[in-house]
Design a protein around this ligand. Structure first.
Ligand code: FAD
Length: 465
């Protein structure tokens, strides 16, 4: 071993495989790859490998296996669970897919596109739009997050209600396995029951089972008309009644149904100078519907008008232009950033059955008031999917792990999940082990050992070993 803890000729061999610009070893160059977006998980990369082709990824993985060096796959590095950050040993190599960023093909008739893992999600959306189609995965980090990271975390976002999680939009996948072998499953088929659907194993596996190098994504027709509205509601029960009514009257044209608490609006005002268009209210709903048939505005107006008459909504505003719709969405999308300005917060990305949301919120608020006095819940999220970001603003005196356990205990009582969309990474490893059934954890370990017997793919993420 050399002073770096790596085999003596490892870095020069890696350099030889990657060619000019493909390897970073200088500490200052590697530093940004070693710390996550929230700056919660500082690590240190021995080097950053930046392959430009699937063949190069395969060679890098093969060399790391031969040398016994661990790899940490990385896309846009926007993950909120510390999954793409190396540990502090300085002996792990970050594998950045950023140079593999091509949109290889868009098929507007078959409604598919083939893209490389390093393609930024927004660039994939733009390529679909240029062909008159929609790639509907959308979330606050889409300007930096990459398709490989989106797939490896099975990202959700604001349109899950209508189009599903990333998993439901991946038709084909190419992966490099831990032994350096390439598996090409880049089929653009809507129906394919020929054998095991192995790609599902890699979607959401957070880089622990294989490296995603390219994918065939499903596109959808672009709705010609979109209606976006912000509604003030007195409480989450009323929001739930509006959701049920909207499902009856608007059907699957509803593509987003977000719940935002007063606390989030206060943070937006304080740290981003953004005030919402409605007078302060305990809760708001951001609703969006889309359709290519005319008459959508009338249908949405009728639904919301009835909500106002019933008293489920107390006020509301429609976006009258694309710019106004973007303004309403920026309120939702900038909450996370404003939370960071506020100081320390303990994040929870939980889901519970949709009808249980009001009772869950009441129980979680009560548990916090009793178990962690002085903390403030800042709640927002994808109510239409049962997914809430139940984040807790805390002071230096509060113990984050204890608050995590306290909130997750309430989630368990409602048969929910401790990670609805952000994944486990290193942030929730212990909580996953504590809460998943032993037989589920044992099955996960067997899959990990079968696909990565030497434990070199993103060790310590999702599972302890
Ligand atoms: P990274 O952060 O680089 O990596 C994430 C994980 O995937 C790591 O475990 C990494 O090892 C692995 N990985 C990355 N690329 C590959 C690859 N090619 N092959 C194998 N493994 C790989 N997420 C949501 O689901 N919904 C949201 O609404 C949402 N909103 C967000 C808003 C903000 C402001 C921010 C900062 C994040 C948000 N996220 C959200 C979380 C994050 O953006 C997503 O998890 C994103 O999909 C990660 O993509 P990335 O390219 O940044 O991946």
């Amino acid at each position: 071993m050399s002073a770096t803890g790596l085999p003596p000729d490892f870095l020069s061999r890696l350099d030889g495989l990657l060619g000019p610009g493909g390897l970073l070893t200088d500490e200052a160059d590697c530093a940004p790859y070693g710390i996550d977006w929230r700056r919660l998980f500082p690590g240190r990369a021995a080097a950053v490998a930046r392959p430009s082709s699937t063949g190069q990824v395969a060679s890098v993985v093969g060399l790391c296996r031969e040398a016994g060096v661990a790899l940490v796959p990385q896309g846009g590095h926007t993950g909120l669970a510390g999954g793409a950050t190396p540990d502090a040993s300085g002996r792990q190599v970050v594998l950045s897919l950023a140079r593999m960023n091509a949109v290889r093909a868009v098929d507007p008739v078959g409604l598919t596109m083939e893209v490389e893992a390093g393609c930024v999600v927004q660039a994939a959306q733009a390529a679909a739009e240029a062909a008159g189609r929609l790639f509907p995965v959308s979330y606050g980090a889409e300007g930096s997050a990459m398709v490989g990271g989106m797939i490896a975390t099975n990202a959700g976002g604001i349109n899950v209600l209508r189009y599903g999680m990333t998993r439901s939009l991946v038709l084909g996948l190419e992966v490099v396995l831990a032994d350096g072998g390439v598996v090409d499953g880049l089929r653009a088929l809507r129906k394919d029951n020929a054998g095991y659907d192995w790609k599902q194993l890699f979607i959401g596996s957070e880089g622990t089972l294989g490296i995603v190098t390219a994918a065939v994504l499903r596109l959808v027709p672009r709705p010609r008309y979109t209606e976006t509205a912000l509604l003030a509601v007195p409480d989450p029960e009323a929001a739930l009644r509006i959701l049920a009514a909207a499902q009856d009257s608007l059907g699957d044209t509803i593509q987003a149904f977000e719940l935002i608490s007063r606390c989030a609006f206060d943070l937006l005002e304080r740290y981003a100078g953004l005030s919402g268009p409605l007078p302060p209210s305990p809760w708001c709903i951001l609703l969006e519907a889309g359709s290519s048939l005319s008459g959508l505005r009338d249908a949405v107006e009728a639904t919301l008008g009835e909500a106002l008459e019933r008293g489920d909504a107390v006020d509301g505003v429609f976006a009258e232009s694309k710019a106004q719709a973007a303004g309403l969405w920026s309120l939702r999308e900038r909450i996370t950033e404003c939370e960071a300005h506020q100081g320390k917060s303990v994040k929870h990305d939980v889901s519970v059955p949709i009808p249980a949301i009001p009772a869950f919120l009441e129980a979680a608020d009560r548990a916090l008031a009793e178990g962690a006095p002085g903390t403030v819940p800042n709640v927002f999220g994808h109510m239409g999917d049962g997914n809430l970001h139940y984040n807790v603003l805390v002071g230096p005196e509060h113990d984050s792990a204890a608050i995590n356990r306290l909130v997750h205990d309430v989630v368990d009582r409602f048969a929910g999940s401790i990670s609805a969309e952000h994944g486990i990474g290193q942030y929730r490893v212990d909580e996953l082990a504590r809460r998943r059934r032993p037989e589920e954890m044992a099955l996960a370990q067997r899959l990990k050992r079968a696909l990565d017997p030497d434990g070199l793919l993103n060790p310590g993420k999702v599972l302890r070993v």
